[in-house]
Ligand binder design. Structure first.
Ligand code: NDP
Length: 392
């Protein structure tokens, strides 16, 4: 690819990962050019980004915002679409890389549309893998192009995972900062407010993933993501709490070697890696000084104080549709917590009760198609909303 310009589409362009991706793209105009950008409802930012980055096409998921977006871009020459089909159209435009940075299960269909169109996908949207990992990975395998992980832990592992010697890999370790409640007792965690939960010690991210980081659900989602991306059995995947967020992932080999990936807590680093892959390219990202850091520390995760991590590991052990059900319940729980309808302690309770109810109804069998995944996602959300009224 040296010397040619890569065409990039960014799904979820108005979000935090979208910002990182567009920053890297803008920093190397000779390497990258924007094709399509998408958002859910943020017309003003999407229109500004489209003009700034000279996008060819923009799609907004909320159809009710079409007229506003069209008006904001009138005379610009940027083509405009709205609704899920427009999102899928944007995802399927022929490009070199699609950055999948939509939050939540809403990213499943656009991710599949990108893969079906033959596009290389750089995936931040971990929920697509949690909910439909087997189907997404099967589609990627047909393409013969790896999914490039944007999640910092998975990008780290991607860079140290020796595929040719995968039989000699003993363990893959994902690090966790521990979030804002790492040192809090269980009772205080249960009563934490949205403001407290939204204060991540190291990373600046969108609201949903920040709450998931505070509950450690994010780490659970990441273990499931790693299981799919690296075809690793659950017993070979581990989590270690590393409050400085400098080491992002480790791979231990059977000869005792343990390889680690280090870098600043700056999402532009994994994004830059994905966009340049298989090459490397300079990027204006943050650097670390080991001398200034002085020391790096590690702790075991506490599954009692952070039951969401335990629930995610249980869901992975069970397999089938349970991770998808868990994700749907978690999305409802996080929205309810942020909306002041439930305490922080209610999040794991709602997730667990939804998982049990859906299992009782025999709904956790493996999904054979994306339609099955989306159907289970929908019914899990209905169940979670019904259970929500019984939880503080
Ligand atoms: P944000 O909330 O900041 O941004 C989400 C993006 O998705 C926005 O562009 C939003 O549009 C769009 N969106 C939201 N809902 C829908 C929908 N229903 N249909 C279509 N588009 C939608 O999220 P983040 O950037 O923080 O995270 C994105 C993904 O990346 C998540 O899966 C997260 O777990 C993962 N991730 C994030 C990291 C980070 O540093 N932020 C790190 C590693 C992974 P609008 O602005 O209009 O609402």
């Amino acid at each position: 690819m040296a010397g040619t310009t890569k065409r990039i589409s960014v799904l979820g362009a108005t979000g935090s990962v979208g910002d990182s991706a567009l920053d890297i793209i803008a920093g190397s105009p000779e390497r990258y050019q924007v094709e399509a950008l998408t958002a859910n409802e943020n017309v003003t930012k999407l229109a500004e980004l489209a003009i700034k980055h000279r996008a060819r096409y923009v799609a907004i998921a909320d159809e009710g915002r079409y007229d506003d977006l069209k008006a904001a871009l009138s005379g610009s020459g940027v083509a405009v679409g709205a609704g899920l089909s427009a999102l899928e159209e944007a995802a399927a435009m022929q490009v070199d890389i699609v950055v999948g940075a939509i939050v939540g299960a809403a990213g499943i269909r656009p991710t599949m549309a990108s893969l079906k169109a033959g596009n290389q996908v750089a995936l931040a949207n971990k929920e697509a893998l949690v909910c439909a990992g087997d189907l997404v990975m099967a589609e990627a395998a047909k393409l013969g192009k790896p999914i490039l992980p944007v999640d910092s832990e998975h990008s780290a592992i991607f860079q140290i995972f020796d595929e040719d010697n995968r039989c000699e890999i003993e363990e893959v370790t994902i690090t966790a900062s521990g979030g804002p409640f790492r040192t809090w007792d269980q009772r205080s965690i249960a009563k934490a407010t949205p403001d407290q939960a939204l204060k991540h010690p190291n990373w600046s991210m969108g609201a949903k993933v920040t709450i998931d980081s505070a509950s450690l659900m994010n780490k659970g989602l990441e273990v499931i993501e790693a299981h799919h991306l690296y075809r690793m059995l659950r017993e070979k995947l581990s989590v270690v709490v590393h409050p400085q967020s400098i080491i992002h992932g480790l791979v231990t080999y059977t000869d005792g070697s343990m390889l680690a990936h280090l870098g600043a807590a700056d999402m532009r680093i994994p994004v830059a890696h994905c966009l340049a892959w298989p090459e490397r390219a300079p990027a204006n990202t943050r650097r670390i000084s080991l001398v200034e850091l002085g020391q790096l520390t590690f702790e075991a995760p506490d599954l009692e104080r952070f039951p969401c991590l335990r629930l995610a590991l249980d869901a992975l052990d069970h397999g089938g549709n349970l991770p998808n059900i868990m994700n749907a319940a978690n999305e409802i729980a996080v929205a309810a917590f942020l909306g002041g309808r439930m305490t922080f302690g209610g999040i794991p309770e709602l997730v667990e009760r939804t998982m049990l109810e859906m299992q009782k109804r025999g709904e956790s069998k493996p999904a054979g198609s994306i339609e099955d995944v989306l159907e289970a996602d929908k019914s899990s959300r209905v169940v979670a909303e019904q259970l929500l009224v019984h939880i503080n």
